[in-house]
Write a protein that binds this ligand. Structure first.
Ligand SMILES: O=C(O)c1ccc[n+]([C@@H]2O[C@H](COP(=O)([O-])O)[C@@H](O)[C@H]2O)c1
Ligand SMILES: Cc1cc2nc[nH]c2cc1C
Length: 335
C-alpha cells in the first residue's frame, strides 16, 4: 500500500511532495475579491478558503468527504509513572471509539466526517525510551506505513488523531529534541498529573534526551516517539501526496507533524493548526512551526478532537467562498 519500505524512500517522497496549484490559488484569490462583502470582511476565513482551494486545485472547491483517523499506541515509558491514568485505558478507549462512545465520535457525526481507529500493537508497547530506542527501524517503518495506508485518497480533508496513555511525555521528548530546551520546557499535565508528576515527567524526558544523542528528526521520532506518532506522520505525508489538506490536532499530533517539517521545510504547507491545546508547550511548538491555531477552547483531550472541531470553521470558510454570489451576479454595487 504505502510506496516506501525504507526511511530513505520515505524521505525521497517528502522531498518530491506536490505543492499547491498556483493557478487555483490565483483563481480563488480573484473570486474572493468579487464576493458580496467588503474586502477582507470574512477575515481569516478568506485566507483559509484560498489555501484550501490551492491544495484541491479548484478555485471554488467543496468539502464533502472529511476523514478523521485515530491512531492508538502504548508506551514503555509508562513504566516511569508519567501518566495520571494506567496504560490499559488505551485499549479500553479503542473499544469506546469502535462503539461510538467517545467525544471524537460525536464530533465526527456533527461535522459529517468518517472516523476510523487504528490500534497499533497495543499489547506490545514501545520500549521505555529512558533505556533504549522506543522502536526498532522495522517497527518504526511499519507504523509510518500504517499511517500512510490509513488515508483515503478520495477524502478531501484529513484530521489525524491519537490515543495513547503516556504520549504527552513522548511528545515533550520529541519537541525538546527537535526544538531544543530541557524536559521542564516541554512537559505539561497531560491527563492530570500533580506537581510531583510534572517534575518526574521532566526528569524522564531529560533521561531520554541524554540517552539518544541523534537530533536527526526521523531518528528522534524512532527513538523518543511512539507508534501512533509515527502513524500520524505517515498519514500527514500521505495526505500531502494526495493533495488532501490537513487540520492538525493538539500537542501530540503537532509533535508528530513537526518531525516532517524538520525533515523537509515546507512539508506542512498543506496543514493548518486546528486549535491551541491546554498542554502548556503546544503554543511554543506552533510558534516554532509558524502555525496560528484556528480555535482556543482549552481542550487537552487528543483523539483528533480539536482538529475535528475546526472542521466546522474550514467548512464555513469554503462554503462562503464557493457559495456566495459575486457583486455582478447579485447586482450589488461594489465600492
Ligand atoms: O492533544 C493534546 O494536546 C493532549 C493533551 C493532553 C492529553 N492528551 C491525551 O491524553 C493522553 C496522554 O496523556 P498522558 O497524561 O497519559 O501523557 C493521550 O491519549 C492524549 O490523546 C492530549
Ligand atoms: C479517558 C481518557 C480518554 C482519552 N482520550 C484521549 N486521551 C484520553 C485519555 C483518557 C484517560
Amino acid at each position: 500500500m504505502a510506496p516506501f519500505s525504507t526511511i530513505s524512500e520515505f524521505k525521497t517522497l517528502l522531498a518530491n511532495a506536490p505543492e499547491a496549484d498556483d493557478d487555483a490559488t490565483a483563481g480563488a484569490r480573484r473570486r474572493n475579491a468579487q464576493l458580496t462583502k467588503p474586502p477582507g470582511a470574512l477575515g481569516r476565513l478568506e485566507e483559509l478558503a484560498i489555501w484550501y482551494a490551492g491544495w484541491r486545485g479548484s478555485d471554488s472547491p467543496a468539502i464533502d468527504a472529511p476523514q478523521i483517523v485515530v491512531f492508538a499506541g502504548n508506551h514503555g515509558v509508562c513504566a516511569q509513572g508519567v501518566s495520571a491514568f494506567p496504560p490499559e485505558v488505551t485499549v479500553q478507549m479503542v473499544a469506546n471509539f469502535e462503539h461510538g462512545g467517545a467525544a471524537i465520535n460525536q464530533l465526527a457525526k456533527t461535522f459529517g466526517a468518517t472516523m476510523h481507529v487504528h490500534a497499533l500493537e497495543l499489547d506490545r508497547p514501545t520500549a521505555d525510551f529512558t533505556q533504549s530506542p522506543a522502536m526498532s527501524e522495522a517497527e518504526f517503518i511499519a507504523a509510518l506505513r500504517t499511517g500512510w495506508g490509513a488515508v483515503n485518497p478520495a477524502a478531501d480533508l484529513l484530521v489525524p488523531g491519537e490515543m495513547g496513555i503516556g504520549n504527552t511525555t513522548v511528545a515533550a521528548a520529541v519537541g525538546a529534541a527537535l526544538f531544543g530546551g530541557i524536559g521542564a520546557d516541554w512537559v505539561g499535565r497531560g491527563t492530570g498529573v500533580d506537581d510531583a508528576g510534572l517534575a518526574n515527567k521532566a526528569r524522564v524526558v531529560d533521561a531520554g534526551l541524554a540517552r539518544h544523542a541523534s537530533r536527526e528528526p526521523l531518528e528522534v521520532l524512532r527513538c523518543l516517539g511512539g507508534r501512533e506518532l509515527a502513524a500520524m506522520a505517515g498519514a500527514i505525508a500521505a495526505a500531502r501526496a494526495h493533495r488532501i489538506p490537513v487540520i492538525l490536532d493538539g500537542f501530540i499530533c503537532t509533535a508528530a507533524a513537526a518531525v516532517l517539517e524538520k525533515t523537509r521545510a515546507g512539508a506542512l504547507d498543506h496543514c493548518v493548526a486546528g486549535h491551541l491545546s491546554a498542554e502548556g508547550a503546544h503554543g511554543r511548538m506552533l510558534d516554532s512551526l509558524d502555525k496560528v491555531p484556528l480555535l482556543s477552547l482549552g481542550l487537552c483531550l487528543g483523539e483528533g478532537s480539536g482538529g475535528a472541531a475546526a472542521i466546522g470553521v474550514l467548512k464555513a470558510a469554503v462554503a462562503c467562498h464557493s457559495g456566495m454570489a459575486t457583486f455582478a451576479e447579485a447586482g450589488v454595487s461594489d465600492g
